[in-house]
Design a protein around this ligand. Structure first.
Ligand SMILES: Nc1ncnc2c1ncn2[C@@H]1O[C@H](COP(=O)(O)OP(=O)(O)OP(=O)(O)O)[C@@H](O)[C@H]1O
Length: 284
């Protein structure tokens, strides 16, 4: 188990995270918050690239800083801007990272092709990465994070810049490997984690605002999501009163999906989605 105990992180006088308290067990965690909320800071703390200003992070009851290499060998990390060598092939790059991670050559001989296959890059294994699409590069990034079969997998905004098809492929890769790992995925894109994460962690005002299943988070908005049609000229007034989540033009009308505390005549009650929860939480 990974325990984050009352962790505060300050950059000089600026507090990026305040009193974060979390317990993470095997499963997929979606760390969901807008840009600048502190996701990367939390990921870097878990990856020991930063240290808490206050509080501690424990792996199986022992502080990760003190465990040092013994913790880091359990860790796979895909940073937001992962550096790769354009002239390397995925095969060569993974072997190189594997050696840096301290893995044995024999192990890499077996593991590298398996990982390349797992992320669907077998056909491109011997091609230079400079020809790769953003999605292919991200898949190499996931493969390098998986080297050595880490128990903790930290992926910081792994789907940034991917097209919808690549996102689907990415989600499939992740769900295939979550059983014996703690997987933490940071994102500000709800659909990246809505259907694959067992838990959603939301950060707000530098603190943990929510840590729950998608179902429970949606339940908190039950009875507050509605749809209705308003005339286009009435839209600005409507938007002043209610938080509109989505809108679609239908002739002279706008079909709206919105959040309100109480039902009114002519409104249809809708099931709440994680996207609604996200917009409701970060409405300002
Ligand atoms: N090295 C630093 N020095 C000072 N302030 C920093 C530093 N790194 C991050 N911050 C600030 O801390 C806050 C949280 O940043 P962080 O990168 O963790 O957010 P984020 O949620 O990951 O956002 P993004 O998705 O844009 O990376 C931001 O206000 C950022 O400006």
């Amino acid at each position: 188990m990974l325990q984050i105990n009352h962790v505060t992180k300050k950059y000089q006088n600026f507090t990026a995270l305040k009193d974060i308290d979390l317990e993470l067990e095997y499963g997929i965690y979606g760390l969901l918050a807008p840009n600048g909320a502190g996701k990367t800071t939390l990921m870097k703390l878990l990856a020991t690239l930063l240290y808490p200003t206050e509080g501690s992070i424990l792996w199986e009851g022992r502080e990760i800083q003190k465990l040092d290499e013994r913790y880091r060998e359990k860790l796979g990390f895909l940073p937001q801007d992962f550096g790769y060598y354009r002239d390397y092939t995925p095969e060569r790059y993974l072997r190189y990272i594997g050696i840096l991670k301290g893995l044995k050559k024999e192990q890499l001989k077996k593991e590298v092709p398996q990982l390349i296959d797992r992320v669907g890059l077998s056909e491109a294994a011997k091609k230079k990465m400079k020809k790769f699409s953003g999605g292919m590069i991200q898949r190499v990034g996931i493969a390098q994070a998986l080297l050595g079969n880490p128990e903790i997998l930290i992926l910081d905004e792994p789907t940034a810049g991917l097209d919808p098809k690549e996102r689907v492929r990415f989600r499939k890769i992740l769900t295939s490997l979550s059983r014996d790992k703690i997987v933490i995925i940071s994102t500000h894109i709800v659909s990246d984690v809505e259907f694959i994460a067992n838990h959603i962690i939301m950060l707000k005002d530098k603190q943990v605002y929510a840590n729950d299943s998608v179902e429970n988070l949606c339940r908190s908005l039950e009875g507050k999501i509605f749809s209705t049609a308003v005339r286009t000229e009435e839209l600005p007034e409507f938007e002043r009163k209610y938080q509109v989540v989505s809108q679609r033009q239908e002739g002279p009308n706008c079909e709206l999906r919105f959040i309100a505390e109480k039902k009114k005549e002519g409104w249809n009650l809708c099931a709440a989605s994680l996207e609604d929860v996200f917009l409701y939480t970060y409405q300002e």
